[in-house]
Design a protein around this ligand. Structure first.
Ligand code: ADP
Ligand code: MG
Length: 455
């Protein structure tokens, strides 16, 4: 049989094929196979956090690779061993970072500078766009548009939730076409700008100038077209603009936060126009994409964040790229202001989770009483069934914290909370999970509650 080292190298080569480069480097670069006995493979990781992550997300992948190499049916076990790594240490380049002030770092954030004539922001390029499962179809279609604008997919309609990268993608198309066809006129505008331009052109009797702006272009990109829902006059003008461009084979690119048929109310003739080309959606990014986006954003700002810190943020914020970027900026600014290194422990504290992996044991009574105090309700109300908003929210948060902090089974949380059904608890947990990444107020309340629970 192979020795441990060559067995592990073969396993790693397999894993490399099925994981993105970023994830592979982040999670597996400093791992080793320490022992392989009685069908138990012991893998060493440089810290408990990475071990957890591999166990939680990649257990079956690693197991399958070892099984294939050995013909065995292994179980995995993990151990922590600090490895002399070639990776930057948490104390490395980050010291440079804390020397910079928050303002310098945020000044690197150039998203606000726009190219006046086309309306495009310089940072929204394909080079800065991370492609993964959530957006690969939209990305491929966008490449098609760049190759043969106005021909293949017209209009190109991109929809998806907030912050998933719609604006970034369509502006990237704009940039590519600006480079490929320097003589073309490319216009990017939000639907809101289209509307307000129309209204002021009516007031100022400059409708010809308006038509000149929107109809004498080779590519028209209109962002957040759902805005025209219910605005009849703007819809009519947009319909004419659309037709005029479409008839002459000019590419139209639109985004919306929902599908064309869900923009309400929208005149049928527009709905059918919107659906007449190619409609693609962008989903929320998965874990791998979130890691890649964070790395890309940190790099763009010239900030080096440790792998652990990055994966922790990607684990915590599950919603969308905008939230990820927002948290990243806050973390950078806060660590810089407090002259601390934004390492894993800083990031954990930032999200309100205890530094230490072994949580101090707390009782369920303590969790409930902290939440009751925070929401100014009685413990008996949390355990009761009143549906008043703040009581219900307090109850959901209590359920969430009991699950997350004490890892209690759903049934047990249900019985602690006055005999609730396990599905009720499951829904509460799911709901707060979602709110944690999308709702800043809830996130802050949970972070505060955690601090109080362990203080
Ligand atoms: P939307 O228009 O869908 O609301 P944006 O395009 O404005 O979202 O994206 C929000 C932020 O997230 C932007 O800073 C953008 O650069 C970033 N972003 C979104 N998707 C990606 C991606 N796939 N790769 C890199 N950055 C992304
Ligand atoms: Mg947008």
């Amino acid at each position: 049989m192979k020795d441990l080292n060559s067995l592990w190298q073969s396993v790693l080569s397999e894993l490399k094929l099925s994981l993105s480069k970023t994830i592979f480097q982040t999670l597996f670069a400093n791992t080793d196979l320490k022992e392989y006995q009685n069908s138990v493979a012991t893998i060493s990781c440089p810290n408990p956090y990475l071990a957890d992550l591999i166990e939680k997300r990649y257990y079956s992948l690693v197991k399958a690779a070892i099984d294939r190499q050995t013909g065995d049916n292994v179980s995995l076990s993990f151990m922590i061993e600090k490895i002399k790594s070639k990776e930057p240490q948490e104390t490395g380049p980050l010291f440079n970072l804390v020397k910079k002030s928050a303002n310098t770092i945020l000044a690197n954030h150039q998203f606000l500078t726009q190219n006046k004539s086309s309306g495009l922001s310089p940072n929204f390029t394909f080079k800065n766009f991370v492609v993964g499962d959530a957006n690969h179809f939209a990305f491929a279609a966008a490449q098609g548009i760049v190759k043969s604008p106005g021909i293949t997919y017209n209009p190109f309609f991109v929809w998806g939730g907030v912050g998933v990268g719609k604006t970034h993608l369509i502006q990237a198309i704009g940039h590519e076409l600006t480079n490929a066809r320097p003589d073309w006129k490319i216009l990017y505008a939000s639907a809101e700008t289209f509307g307000s331009d129309l209204i002021s052109s009516l007031k100022e009797k400059t409708i010809n100038k308006f038509k000149q702006k929107y109809r004498k272009v080779d590519i028209l990109i209109v962002d957040d077209i759902q805005f025209i829902g219910g605005k009849e006059y703007i819809q009519d003008e947009f319909f004419h603009t659309f037709n005029s461009l479409h008839l002459s084979g000019k590419q139209i690119i639109l985004t919306s936060d929902r599908k064309p048929e869900e923009i309400q109310p929208l005149k049928d003739r527009l709905t059918s126009r919107f659906m007449g080309g190619l409609t693609v959606d962008i989903q929320s990014p998965d874990f791998e994409m979130r890691v890649a986006i964070l790395k890309q954003k940190a790099e763009q700002r010239g900030v080096s964040l440790s792998e652990n810190a990055i994966t922790f943020i990607a684990e915590t914020i599950e919603s969308n790229a905008r939230e990820l970027e927002g948290s990243l900026i806050q973390i950078i600014a806060q660590s810089s202001a407090q002259k601390q290194i934004p390492d894993l422990s800083f990031v954990r504290t930032f999200f309100g989770i205890k530094k230490n992996d072994n949580h101090k044991k707390v009782s369920h009574r303590r969790i409930i009483s902290v939440v009751a105090k925070q929401y100014q309700v009685k413990t008996s109300e949390i355990k009761g069934s009143c549906r008043k908003k703040n009581i219900a929210t307090a109850r959901h948060i209590a359920a969430y914290l009991l699950r997350k902090e004490l890892q209690l089974p759903l049934e047990q949380v249900g019985s602690i909370l006055g005999g609730k059904d396990h599905t009720t608890i499951m829904h509460a947990e799911e709901k707060i999970d979602r709110l944690f990444s999308t709702n800043q107020q809830i996130r802050h309340q949970i972070i505060e509650a955690r601090k109080m629970i362990y203080s």
